[in-house]
Design a binder for this molecule. Structure first.
Ligand SMILES: NC(=O)c1ccc[n+]([C@@H]2O[C@H](COP(=O)([O-])OP(=O)(O)OC[C@H]3O[C@@H](n4cnc5c(N)ncnc54)[C@H](O)[C@@H]3O)[C@@H](O)[C@H]2O)c1
Length: 442
């Protein structure tokens, strides 16, 4: 066993892909090494593992076998950043050894795994931290503050629409996210961010979900398809052609290491094996009576969202990224790239987010909130401050998320998927032993 030599928190990562390497790895190494240090990295792909270790400029053992890592290294906090459907294995094994775990969203991808994680957390001395960076995001926190102050009265319903553009949205269909078995579908992989925001804003638990979904654009829906962009015969005519050789990072992380596991990063997004939805509409009823109308579209010409909170005294709303409402236009092809790079989205040009409130029978009021978009609305840094420095901007807002929060977010996605498959409304209590609460924190 490698033992601790000082008081720094001993960190390990399982899953050294792009998110594990750049955020949980490099960003932490660069900003939190006064209080933490990496003692081990694990990934099934030895090439990606060694590239990540080198890029993080750290010196620690690497493992392709997770159990061996747990047997040989003393770890205080494990970061889980693998393919979504595998999170449960690492969370449960670490909790069984009393190790604290911080996991990427979605916590898991089906109700059986969710129940097993809950069981492991209940009997562990380790704690499970959900990496819900969106709820730490500054715009989303501002909305939470405004909801707490009840400016538009008691909230009764929410309209929430999220749009993924034909760069970012398309990218999910190029790799493992396109398979339900691996990502649980975008209702888990992507919408778990949004479902967590809703749960946290509303402060109550979901009780029933009804959804519709379809695959209308990607996958089987094209006349043309190839094996992968790199070797495709339709390079010149396909609007979705992506030249991976122009991305040094993708070449080093993925293409160089295909020989180990056959992970193809630039797969054709029209391949027939894609079995997730690209359009989703979800209705959610909460224990406190709030109802939500949510949708996710993965082939929008622009990346953005609209949210409106309907209260008994009025309505509050905001939006992002809708070109017809912006004075400056953003390059749609760069939005996702910047997000993953911890870089800003043209913050200098987009000076503020607009939040409007309008009380019944009154004129609207407009608030200009600073446009903070770097690292998921600034949430990445604030979440890591909570995880590693135990620092919370305002503890009364309940930013810290645990396995119950992780479960409630994925249970909405799982219920929505089940509702689409079975054509009926699904009760949250059908899925695990969790009982929805009227007041989440009560
Ligand atoms: N919170 C956010 O904003 C955000 C953003 C991006 C990704 N993510 C999450 O981060 C996670 C990783 O996403 P990514 O984009 O880095 O994917 P990725 O494919 O780049 O990386 C996944 C890594 O996991 C490894 N892996 C797969 N199965 C494994 C196993 N059984 N044991 C060990 N390693 C295994 C792969 O080899 C790969 O290196 C996902 O859960 C995703 O949902 C979160």
């Amino acid at each position: 066993m490698l033992s601790n030599t000082n008081s720094q928190k001993r960190l390990a990562i399982v899953g050294t892909g792009v998110r594990g390497l750049k955020f949980w790895g490099k960003f932490v190494q660069e900003n939190y090494s006064d209080i933490s240090r990496f003692v081990a990295l694990c990934d099934i792909n030895p090439g990606r593992l060694s590239y990540s270790k080198k890029t993080m400029s750290i010196d620690c053992p690497t493992y392709t076998n997770f159990d061996q890592m747990l047997n040989e290294v003393e770890i205080d906090l494990l970061f889980v950043t693998t393919v979504d459907s595998t999170h449960d294995e690492f969370i449960i094994k670490a909790l069984q050894r009393g190790i604290d775990v911080a996991t990427e969203k979605p916590m898991t991808t089906d109700e059986g795994k969710c129940q097993r994680i809950l069981n492991a957390a209940r009997t562990s001395k380790g704690k499970l931290i959900m990496g819900f960076n969106y709820r730490h995001g500054q715009l989303f926190t501002k909305l939470k503050q405004m909801l707490v102050s009840a400016e538009v009265g008691e909230i009764t319903s929410i309209d929430f629409n999220w749009y993924l553009n034909t760069y970012h949205g398309a990218d999910y269909f190029r790799r493992w996210h396109g398979q339900r078995e691996k990502s649980g579908s975008l209702l888990l992989h992507k919408s778990s961010h949004h479902f967590d925001l809703l749960n946290w804003w509303i402060g109550s638990d979901p009780v029933e979900v009804h959804a519709y979904g379809g695959l209308d654009f990607y996958g089987k829906n094209s006349e043309i398809r190839g094996e992968r962009c790199m070797t495709c015969a339709h390079k010149d005519s396909c609007k979705f052609y992506w030249d991976i050789t122009k991305s040094e990072e993708s070449m080093r992380l993925y293409v160089d290491n295909e020989k180990y596991d056959g992970y193809i990063r630039d797969n054709c997004l029209f391949r027939n094996e894609i079995d997730i939805f690209d359009k989703m509409a979800v209705q959610i009823k909460y224990a406190n009576g709030v109802q939500v109308s949510y949708s996710l579209t993965a082939y929008s010409p622009y990346e953005g969202f609209r949210i409106a909170f309907n209260g008994k005294k009025g309505r509050m709303e905001t939006w992002e990224g809708i070109p017809a409402l912006e004075t400056n236009q953003e390059d749609q092809s760069k939005i996702y790239e910047k997000e993953m790079d911890q870089r800003s989205h043209a913050e200098t040009e987009f000076k503020f987010h607009e939040i409007t409130t309008q009380l019944n029978f009154e004129e609207y009021k407009r608030i200009e909130f600073p446009f903070i978009r770097k690292g998921h609305w600034g949430g990445d840094t604030l979440m890591m401050d909570q995880i590693l420095r135990n620092k919370l901007a305002d503890p009364s807002l309940h930013h810290a998320a645990d396995e119950r929060d992780g479960s409630m977010a994925v249970l909405i996605g799982i219920a929505a998927r089940k509702s689409i498959d079975e054509g009926r409304a699904i009760k949250i209590t059908e899925l695990t032993d969790l009982k929805p609460r009227v007041d989440k924190w009560g």
